[in-house]
Design a protein around this ligand. Structure first.
Ligand SMILES: Cc1cc2nc3c(=O)[nH]c(=O)nc-3n(C[C@H](O)[C@H](O)[C@H](O)COP(=O)(O)OP(=O)(O)OC[C@H]3O[C@@H](n4cnc5c(N)ncnc54)[C@H](O)[C@@H]3O)c2cc1C
Length: 182
């Protein structure tokens, strides 16, 4: 497939330009080139006409193509790392945060939404936050809100949603069967 034949979604840097949005295809960055942090490895290799590297056959996990671990992230690696950070922040958030911390947390989320390196993801996340105002009055509220935010993305991507009643087991205490204990 040549770059000219792919459907694209393009980010323009100028304030007046309206990004070209199509439902499917490769997402371009402001430089007009495929955006690494907005596409998955398989798509990036496909447009480059390269054969993707798959994890070694001894690996028991995914067989999806990946970049070597010391390469810049694609949209999936970036997402996994980002969710790990975001949920871990909620896991260590105080049960009764000060008003100042609550305010700083809202500012952080707003800034995070603007700086997230996948621009299409960032736009959708900002849109979701505009109708789902961050709930940061306690660890429980914040952790549940973050789980709902993640589920909104899961739904958009056609993935299974997560039981938000179990977010603390996943991200703070470890599962009740003890497999995460040390
Ligand atoms: C703010 C944000 C917006 C994103 N937007 C997009 C987008 O528009 N398009 C796109 O292609 N990718 C997007 N991503 C990336 C996407 O969400 C995934 O991270 C990526 O597809 C890799 O998915 P994964 O299946 O490996 O697991 P991830 O979705 O990264 O989840 C990692 C782990 O979190 C746990 N988990 C799953 N759901 C929840 C939940 N609701 N609450 C708590 N824990 C949970 C599971 O144990 C899972 O293994 C976004 C990421 C972020 C942080």
């Amino acid at each position: 497939m040549t770059p000219g034949s792919v459907e694209t979604t393009e980010k323009h840097d100028t304030e007046t330009a309206v990004p070209k949005k199509l439902s499917k295809g490769i997402v371009l960055g402001p430089d007009g080139k495929p955006c690494r942090t907005c596409n998955d490895v398989a798509s990036l290799f496909a447009i480059a006409g390269k054969k993707p590297t798959t994890p070694s056959s001894t690996s028991t996990s995914s067989t999806a193509p990946t970049f070597p671990v010391d390469c810049p992230p694609d949209v999936e690696a970036l997402g996994r790392s980002s969710w790990t950070l975001l949920h871990s922040i909620t896991a260590t958030y105080p049960t009764t945060p000060t008003p100042q911390l609550q305010s700083e947390t809202k500012t952080f989320l707003s800034t995070f939404g603007k700086l997230y390196p996948c621009w299409v993801c960032a736009e959708d996340f900002q849109g979701w936050m505009s109708t789902n105002t961050p709930r940061v009055s306690s660890r429980s509220e914040f952790g549940t809100w973050m789980c709902e935010a993640h589920n909104a993305v899961n739904l958009k991507l056609g993935k299974q949603t997560f039981d938000c009643g179990r977010w603390e087991e996943r991200w703070r205490t470890g599962w009740k069967d003890g497999r995460c204990d040390f």
